[in-house]
Write a protein that binds this ligand. Structure first.
Ligand code: DX5
Ligand code: ZN
Length: 221
């Protein structure tokens, strides 16, 4: 039986000249969300797409009946939130390491009727989020150092994932836990056992062994 986990393919690993097609292919292949990685060349080295492109992709996602899961890897994201809120993603997530005023950022996103999240790097302790978990809708635990698709999964984050499941169950059971980076059909088994709700997968969906549909099925198990 397929595992009870949502799959959010990252279009960072798709052909960047055909992002609309990638969304349609992922949706038809069984994706539950579409993960969109925004990088600014400052918080992380890489530079990807911005609010203009996302706004157009949001129309495609809307036509397909699938939500966007926007992951901001940008410094001081609060300065740019309005532009990302405008495309009405399902989830909008900022990095703890990139925003001094995390509460203010989440508050702004939630007031716009969008589910708000915080992502943490592999080296960041979960304890920095203790006070804010009650108002979070999504927690993204990075299993790679952000910046690039196709990196190797960092196993040592698994203790943090287990702890996150306990924290979230105790403080805010409606907050979902997402793991992002290096997810593949093999480590997905363990991640689901640890109680992860959403798996992001870029390389293993768009550059995996089979079709996008086969690859999503393999991760779901
Ligand atoms: C990494 C990004 C990830 C990445 C995942 O900085 O946040 O979302 O695209 O891609 P894979 O699954 O290839 O590690
Ligand atoms: Zn991501």
């Amino acid at each position: 039986m397929a595992r009870n986990v949502l799959i959010s393919p990252s279009i960072l690993s798709a052909d960047q000249s055909r992002l609309a097609d990638a969304i349609i292919e992922a949706k038809n292949g069984g994706a539950d969300l579409i993960h969109v990685d925004v990088m600014d060349g400052h918080f992380v080295d890489n530079i990807t797409i911005g609010p203009g492109v996302i706004n157009d992709l949001a129309k495609v996602a809307d036509e397909q009946g699938i939500g966007l899961d926007v992951h901001l890897m940008i410094s001081n994201p609060i300065r740019h939130l309005d532009k990302f809120i405008a495309s009405k993603p399902e989830y909008l997530t900022v990095h703890q390491e990139a925003e001094t005023h995390l509460h203010m950022a989440l508050d702004k996103i939630k007031k716009a009727g969008i589910k708000a999240g915080v992502a943490i790097n592999p080296s960041t302790t979960l304890h920095v989020l203790e006070e804010i978990i009650p108002i979070m809708d999504i927690l993204i635990i990075m299993a790679v150092n952000p910046g690039w698709g196709g990196q190797k999964y960092i196993e040592l984050v698994e203790d943090k994932i287990a702890l996150a499941r306990e924290f979230v169950n105790a403080e805010n059971p409606s907050c979902v836990i997402e793991v992002d980076g290096g997810v593949n059909p093999e480590n997905a088994v363990k991640l689901c056992e640890l109680g992860v709700d959403i798996l992001v997968a870029g390389n293993s969906v768009f550059n995996g062994k089979g079709t996008v549909e086969e690859n999503i099925k393999a991760i779901r198990g």
